[in-house]
Design a protein around this ligand. Structure first.
Ligand code: CP
Length: 284
């Protein structure tokens, strides 16, 4: 994160000239695709975008073969998939790094940019208090794990049936025990945001969940982050959203431009944190 801030301030990254990165994406993306592509360029490397139509991962050819072929050409695979199991399978069969660019289970690069944005606002991360309001999804999981790893306090308010997976809860509790952080899960957003430094939300209906859109909208009614909810948080609290936003659902129209929001800064920080990440992996 320190390195990402240096890069954001204008320091030149080390060179990864001659290195190549495959951007293997099974789903659409704006932020992740553009920021990783630019990050590889900034390091002097060569990014190669591969959509699902071209590769047919698991359909046109099996995952292990894709891994064994890509490792002969490139130095890192940046992979977006709806199946964390496929991500692990690809990583198991490749002898090069595989970066999670979003799976159904986690979105760790997003969480790094989220916490970097919080750090810029707060000045330091000691005792950071993060509250997530909404679906216990991949963004919430990675944010929970990173917050407690830093010794911070993580609270999440989700309706019944949409809590974080038990495996993530147990990992978060275990990490918190080691770091002095804390983790709690409630159903009342007002209770969860009390004293939060960062209030965070994400869409109620993610990619691939369109079939259950109406059911989800009913379940999440009352979980919108708006000015009334922000008024219950710490007076210095700021709002984060990984984007894209569904205005009128998890946030009111225009809320990403409100005085609380750091969402566009957060989107920019994807570029800096991922440049730092790839520099550590490739520039040697
Ligand atoms: N936040 C995020 O991952 O955005 P994209 O889906 O546009 O990459």
């Amino acid at each position: 994160m320190a390195r990402a801030r240096e890069l954001k301030a204008g320091e030149r990254p080390a060179s990864a000239a001659g290195k190549a990165a495959a951007l293997l994406f099974q789903h659409p993306s704006l932020r992740t695709k553009v920021s990783f592509d630019l990050a590889v360029h900034r390091l002097g490397g060569h990014p190669i975008y591969l959509g699902q139509q071209e590769v047919g991962l698991g359909a046109r050819e099996p995952v292990p073969d894709v891994a064994r072929v890509l490792e002969r050409y490139v130095d890192v695979v940046i992979f977006r998939t709806s199946s964390h199991r496929t991500l692990e399978e690809l990583a198991r069969h490749a002898c090069i790094p595989v970066v999670n660019a979003l799976s159904d289970a986690e979105h760790p690069c997003q969480a790094l940019a989220d916490i970097m944005t919080a750090l810029e606002h707060l000045g330091d991360l000691g005792g950071i208090r993060v509250t997530f309001v909404g679906d216990g999804n991949n963004c919430a999981a990675s944010l929970a794990l990173l917050t407690v790893a830093l010794g911070g306090t993580f609270a999440i308010a989700s309706p019944h049936g949409y809590h974080l997976p038990e495996g993530i809860v147990q990992r978060a509790l275990g990490i918190a025990q080691e770091t002095g952080g804390s983790f709690r899960q409630v159903e009342d957003p007002a209770e969860a945001v009390r004293e939060a430094d960062i209030v965070y939300t994400d869409v109620w209906v993610s990619m691939g969940q369109e079939g259950e859109a109406e059911k989800r909208r009913r379940a999440f009614a009352g979980y919108q982050v708006n000015e009334h909810l922000m008024a219950l948080a710490s007076p210095q609290a700021r709002f984060l959203h990984p984007m894209p936003a569904h205005y009128g659902e998890e946030v009111p129209p225009g809320f990403l431009e409100s005085r609380w929001s750091l969402a566009y800064e957060q989107a920019e920080n994807r570029l800096h944190i991922q440049t730092a990440l790839l520099e550590a992996m490739l520039a040697w």
